[in-house]
Ligand binder design. Structure first.
Ligand code: ADP
Ligand code: MG
Length: 330
């Protein structure tokens, strides 16, 4: 019987992604097969245009294959509805992008709490969880800063915190160190290594061959196909155990999803509506988040009381209070 920890989490069978028709037809991915076990840390390399981002986007359910099968965590997701995909994505996948993708007019704390909008828990609880995870990344003292006030390395650590907060089983990272100097790249890789050592599955695209020492498997792509595929760690030696045990963030069972997603380097989709993250629309985004939060709070089960997190739910003053409260209490 296969070890639970080494179960297959991703399976692509004959996946192709085609663009254009007739003479203009080209393939970003060509008949692509890939099996990923839980706990693998895969680095994808290859020349520009060989299909790395397309592959990650298909794995991350941000893009749809033209043909082929995709089984994610035991479910065939090749042709499920987009709302189901959104739900799956929120539950199973954390994204890290080259350009960090923080929402510019939201505080660090709010940015990190965004994926939890799906979880159905109250805003106060979401912010508390974001605060927890930021502490793990030694960024708590920056939580009321705006993204532009942080260095690139710090922004990427915030993005990593955000990618982990909903406790996904897979982390997808598209050149996460591409915009960072070597010192900050190293810091980010150490974070990813720690996340991997807890048993998480990571698939990362990089141009930097030096980083492959962190990987358990290195795949080189060429023209939409696998050129070489080398495992440096045996399946039986992959890290085991739960997901983010050390980062003790627990999410309430998912209720009806409010569909907020950060789907690409510039797109934020709230309840099916695309609101890009430019300054003009951030206000609109904030309003939507407020609106969504209110609805979620109204619908939230009374049992939330139990957690004891809402004793001081004076919403307006939560910001100021919590900085002091935390310092004093912990
Ligand atoms: P990589 O990330 O390895 O640089 P991509 O996955 O971004 O490569 O792109 C793979 C190929 O698919 C490239 O040739 C690119 O031009 C093509 N491609 C990607 N997106 C589109 C699109 N929306 N329309 C047409 N061609 C595309
Ligand atoms: Mg790319």
């Amino acid at each position: 019987m296969p070890n639970q920890d080494n179960e297959t989490i991703i399976e692509l069978k004959g996946v192709s992604k085609r663009y254009g028709f007739g003479d203009a037809e080209s393939y970003a991915l060509r008949n692509f097969d890939l099996t990923v076990k839980r706990g693998e840390f895969i680095m994808i390399m290859g020349p520009s245009g060989c299909g790395k981002t397309t592959l990650l986007n298909i794995i991350g359910l941000l893009d749809q294959a033209s043909s082929g099968e995709y089984i994610l965590a035991g479910k065939n997701v090749a042709r499920v509805s987009s709302s189901k995909k959104a739900r799956f994505r929120a539950k199973e996948i954390g994204f890290i992008f080259q350009n960090f993708n923080l929402v510019p007019n939201l505080s660090i704390l709010e940015n990190v709490s965004l994926p939890l909008i799906y979880s159905g828990c109250r805003k106060s609880r979401r912010l508390r969880m974001a605060d927890n995870i930021l502490e793990h990344f030694h960024l708590r003292e920056r939580e009321y800063y705006m993204p532009y006030q942080l260095s690139g390395g710090q922004q990427q650590r915030v993005a990593i915190a955000r990618s982990l907060i909903a406790n996904p089983s897979i982390i997808l990272a598209d050149e996460p160190t591409g915009n960072l100097d070597s010192r900050n790249s190293h810091i980010i890789m150490e974070e990813l290594q720690e996340i991997h050592s807890m048993g998480n599955t990571i698939i990362m695209v990089t141009h930097n061959p030096a980083l492959t020492t962190y990987a358990t498997r290195v795949i080189n792509m060429l023209d939409g196909e696998i050129d070489t595929d080398i495992k440096t760690v045996d399946d039986s030696d992959l890290p085991r155990g739960g997901k983010n045990e050390k980062i003790s963030v627990k999410v309430l069972p998912s209720r009806d999803p409010i569909q907020m997603e950060i789907t690409s380097e510039s797109d934020v989709v709230v309840s099916g509506e695309n609101v890009s993250t430019t300054e003009e629309v951030t206000e609109e985004l904030n309003e939507k988040i407020e609106e969504i939060t209110k609805t979620a709070e109204e619908e939230a089960p009374k049992t939330a009381k139990k957690s004891g997190t809402n004793k001081k739910s004076g919403k307006k003053s939560a910001k100021k209070k919590s900085t002091k409260k935390k310092g004093a209490k912990k």
